[in-house]
Each structure stands twice: as structure tokens, then as C-alpha cells.
Design a protein around this ligand. Structure first.
Ligand SMILES: N[C@@H](CCC(=O)N[C@@H](CS)C(=O)NCC(=O)O)C(=O)O
Length: 289
């Protein structure tokens, strides 16, 4: 099956993150189109995905599937060998329940704490309604982990669609410094440390789209995920590598890490690597050589 996916700003679009993780975490090949929210290009992109009016939306064989839950179910049905839902029927029923609750609820938390992967606000003061949502979410995570979480850090042990749906929520706990139980803390850490999540966040930093109205006027702290290796972009080579670790093309854009210079075939691939070198296996292979 040949899939196409429409998504938006990687820093702010929580539903896009879910759409992308459905492919990335389960290694389903996809061709991605991306546009900034609230811009004419966003609506132009979706003209190819009618009748979708929001992202994510996906397409295969000329058929459009809009809405992240519909996409998850369609991908799970079309790729049964990948086991995107837990294999055990009882675990699967609970996974569907908590995924549906995420999809349909938690409006106070979602409205007050919009996804913002560039920010950490240590002094954010959650309202009682936000705290209630955060507590309910942590309660669900603890229940899933205690009942079916053996064998891995995810809600059902192994990563499943339920984790896809809670990935943006985990980032909201991190951005807004929401109170965390020990179980919630471990689950949030699993998301923040997940290489796919780190790649998405790094690409958002490289995109450098700043959406007006999303940042809060509060003191900022350091992002609570893993500390990136201290890479920085530099104007010129020569680099240790002659070809880009991602495309194999000749290098034109450079970064420096530990006094060593590495090259890439475009500035976006250089910048996403600067943002979080360890998120990128193909870069780490040349760095660790
Ligand atoms: N229920 C939808 C929600 C999709 C949604 O709200 N998408 C937002 C991005 S996070 C969007 O497209 N916003 C653009 C707009 O409102 O114009 C889903 O699960 O996919």
C-alpha cells in the first residue's frame, strides 16, 4: 500500500504528531506533505485530501482517511502483522478505551496547555480543571501500566496506538510542568526519550516556525527531555564525510560537534541534526565511526 500523509507544524500540531507516529513507530512507509497552519498553503495542501479540512489526513489508492483515530484503525486493519494494537483481546479493549478517551476528552488541559515542544514553563499555574484532567490522565496511565504494562515502558508494555495518542499529552506535562506521580513521570520520560519523538521535536526546531499566540509570557526553563549533544552549525567545511548521512548526496551544510565537522546536503538536515544529534541513527553511525 502506498500512503500519503498531510501534517502541519511539528512544534505545535499535536494531532499531526499522532498521525506521523502512526507511520514512524510502526515503520510503515509514507510520503509526507507538510504546511504551516493558518496559511493559504495549508488549505492548498488539503485540496488533495478532500474532504479533510484538518490534519492529519492520509490517502491511499485515491481514498482519503481523515481524523487520527480513523487513520489508526485503517492502518491497523491494513497492516495486521505489525500489531499496532495490543495482541491480547482484554489489553486491546482497554487500549481502544483509553485511546478513545484521549481523542474525545481532556478539553481543559488541551485548551490551556497547547502543545509547544520548544518551551518549558516551570512556573505555570494549572487551573483546577487542568489539574483534574491531568489527574485523570495519570490515573489511566497507572491503570494500564499496572494491568498490562509488563515487558516495556509503554501503557501496554510494547508501544501501541494508545501510546501514539498520549505522546502529545506527555509533552504537555513536560512543557507546563504539570504535577506528576512516579508512574506518570516514568511514562512521560519514556515519550521524551523515544527516538521517534526526539526526531519529530528536532525537526520542529529546525523548521523554526513560530506560531503567534502559542508562547506564554512566563519564565522559561530547560526542556526536561534528554540533553542533546552540544552540536552547532558552522558556515564551512571541510567535513569528515563527503556525502550526506541521510541522502548520500554531496555535502553543502555543516555542523561542529566535539571539535569535529560533519556535512549534510541541505540546511534542514543539518539543523535537525544540530537540534538533537542522537535522535538520528544515520548521523550517529558516522559520528561514532
Ligand atoms: N479530531 C481530529 C483533530 C485534528 C485537528 O484538530 N487538527 C489541527 C492541527 S493539531 C488542525 O488541522 N488545525 C488547523 C486549523 O484549525 O485550521 C483528529 O483526530 O485528527
Amino acid at each position: 500500500m502506498k500512503y500519503e500523509l498531510a501534517i502541519a507544524d511539528k512544534t505545535y500540531s499535536s494531532w499531526s504528531l499522532r498521525g506521523w507516529l502512526l507511520f514512524e513507530k510502526f515503520a510503515i512507509p509514507v510520503s509526507c506533505q507538510s504546511a504551516r497552519m493558518y496559511q493559504p498553503a495549508f488549505h492548498q495542501m488539503l485540496e488533495d485530501f478532500q474532504p479533510a479540512r484538518l490534519v492529519p489526513a492520509m490517502k491511499f489508492d485515491g481514498i482519503v482517511v481523515q481524523d487520527s483515530f480513523a487513520m489508526a484503525e485503517t492502518l491497523a486493519e491494513q497492516n495486521p502483522d505489525i500489531r499496532m494494537w495490543p495482541a491480547d483481546p482484554a489489553a486491546r479493549a482497554l487500549a481502544r478505551s483509553v485511546t478513545a478517551e484521549m481523542h474525545a476528552s481532556f478539553n481543559a488541559l488541551r485548551d490551556a496547555c497547547t502543545m509547544n515542544l520548544r518551551r518549558h514553563y516551570p512556573d505555570f499555574q494549572p487551573s483546577p480543571a487542568v489539574l483534574k484532567d491531568a489527574e485523570r490522565m495519570a490515573e489511566l496511565w497507572a491503570f494500564c501500566r499496572a494491568t498490562f504494562g509488563q515487558g516495556g515502558p509503554w501503557l501496554f508494555g510494547k508501544y501501541s496506538i494508545a501510546d501514539v495518542f498520549y505522546a502529545p499529552a506527555a509533552s504537555r506535562f513536560a512543557t507546563y510542568n504539570l504535577p506528576q506521580s512516579a508512574t506518570a513521570d516514568a511514562y512521560i520520560t519514556a515519550h521524551l526519550s523515544d527516538p521517534a519523538f526526539r526526531r519529530w521535536r528536532a525537526m520542529g526546531i529546525a523548521q523554526n516556525y513560530i506560531q503567534p499566540g502559542y508562547d506564554l509570557d512566563l519564565p522559561q526553563g530547560t526542556w526536561p527531555g534528554p540533553t542533546p549533544l552540544p552540536a552547532r552549525s558552522v558556515d564551512a567545511g571541510p567535513s569528515e564525510n563527503a556525502s550526506c548521512p541521510y541522502s548520500g548526496k554531496p555535502v553543502s551544510d555543516f555542523l561542529e560537534l566535539d571539535g569535529r565537522v560533519f556535512g549534510f546536503c541541505n540546511s534542514f538536515c543539518r539543523d535537525k541534526t544540530v537540534a538533537d544529534p542522537q535522535a538520528w541513527d544515520d548521523f550517529m553511525k558516522i559520528y561514532q565511526k
